[in-house]
Design a protein around this ligand. Structure first.
Ligand code: DAH
Length: 393
């Protein structure tokens, strides 16, 4: 045998092979104990796996070559096992700077690991220091976000209209006097402007009134913006934030949310308006809910109506939520005033009130949300208090 220290293989029985390989395995274990530095890892690798001089190569050359054919398979399998073991030891030593044992790694932390050797431990600590990692801290726990109740209501209500074929639009929150008021048939000085007390952007006195900027008081200006962009037919809902110069109290907030709706086509009648809203309310609140319409006034619709629904909580008998009336007022609506089409016609001549007609509606998302969840103070919806919001997660 040319290789130094290679034990001779006396027989090829299972027992003889088992014994020979058991000796090699303990030799591997023994030499693994010498691993204590980067250099010794390399030495271990060369000693066992070196391509030319490696012990595994020499032994397999010596044993396999002279073995009878039927023994080669048995020996080959055992060599593979041994090689896997050696590679396993190397993988562990290479990839992690510490290995199982006992004793603390960092002060106060007992991870049941022991540094393979002092140098690698030093490197490990230096890396932790450099990266500012304190492994004693609990990990960052990221909780899943949840929809804010207002957004949830908005999405649900918008989805009701989407199922009826409506598309969804948006518009700017900083709006001109023209879109917010004038084009919706609120001329300058019209008393209906007082019902929507405005927050105006400062220092615009130099501009003509129609161009002055304000925070939109309702989502209705997006009706005009939509019609300017496209000829009829239109079926659109517009959810969004609106602003009013209102003092905050339990039921008023200077910021709140609305959903606007607009439908324009040939032969749209008040029956279509009633049918659409009745269906939407039944979809949203349950099929037993009834609607009723009362005459009202909005400058941009004629006729106009306020809509009430029968209380979805008590079925109309009267309860706290409907203030014992059995009915809850939820939205405003009406047939689009021909004067509004008149404002659009300059840009889209197809909005000829003699040929087309339409209806519009607007609802307060906050009100619906408060009613649905029994929230008595609107400010809770804007406080950002996680204890309140978590209830809707
Ligand atoms: N814009 C109205 C408001 O904020 C709500 C409204 C009423 C919108 C009737 C409409 C409508 O489109 O037809 O008070």
């Amino acid at each position: 045998m040319s290789q130094e220290g290679i034990p001779p293989l006396s027989a090829y029985s299972e027992a003889a092979l088992g014994k020979a390989f058991a000796e090699l395995t303990s030799e591997v274990d023994e030499s693994a104990k010498s691993i204590s530095s980067d250099e010794s890892i390399e030495q271990f690798r060369l000693h066992w796996l070196g391509r030319k001089q490696g012990r595994l190569k020499s032994i397999s050359d010596a044993w396999l070559k002279s073995a009878p054919l039927e023994a080669k398979k048995l020996i080959g399998q055992r060599f593979n096992d041994l090689k896997n073991k050696i590679e396993g030891i190397l993988a562990v030593s290479d990839s992690i700077p510490i290995r199982y044992s006992s004793g603390p790694v960092l002060p106060g932390v007992s991870l049941s690991y022991e540094p393979i050797h002092a140098k690698r431990e030093q490197e490990f600590r230096a890396r932790l220091d450099a990266e500012g990692i304190d492994i004693t801290l609990p990990g960052t726990h990221r909780t899943l976000g949840a929809e804010h109740p207002l957004i949830k209501t908005m999405h649900e209500m918008v989805a009701v209209f989407q199922r009826m074929g409506y598309s969804v639009g948006v518009g700017p929150e900083v709006e001109t006097d023209y879109y917010n008021f004038e084009s919706l048939n609120f001329p300058p000085g019209h008393p209906a402007r007082d019902t929507q007390d405005t927050l105006v952007v400062a220092n615009q006195e130099g501009k003509p009134l129609r161009d002055r900027l304000l925070m939109r008081t309702h989502t209705s200006p997006v009706q005009i913006r939509t019609m300017e962009q496209q000829p009829p037919p239109v079926r659109i809902v517009i959810p969004g934030k609106v602003h009013r110069n209102d003092a905050a109290d339990a039921t008023h907030s200077p910021i709140f949310q609305q959903i606007e709706g607009l439908c324009v086509d040939t032969n749209i009648t008040f029956s279509d308006l009633k049918g659409t809203l009745d269906h939407a309310m039944k979809e949203y609140f349950g099929s037993s809910v009834k609607t009723r319409f009362f005459p009202s006034f909005f400058p941009f619709t004629e006729p106009s109506a306020d809509v009430q629904i029968s209380c979805p909580f008590c079925g109309g008998k009267g309860c706290r939520k409907c203030k014992h009336s059995g009915w809850i007022e939820l939205l405003g609506c009406g047939m689009v005033d021909p004067a509004v089409f008149g404002f659009v016609q300059g840009k889209q001549p197809a909005y000829d009130p003699k040929k087309i007609s339409g209806f519009a509606f607007g609802m307060g998302v906050d009100r619906i949300t408060m009613m649905k969840y029994g929230i008595s103070d609107i400010s809770l919806l804007y406080s950002g208090d996680a204890r309140f919001l978590e209830q809707f997660a």
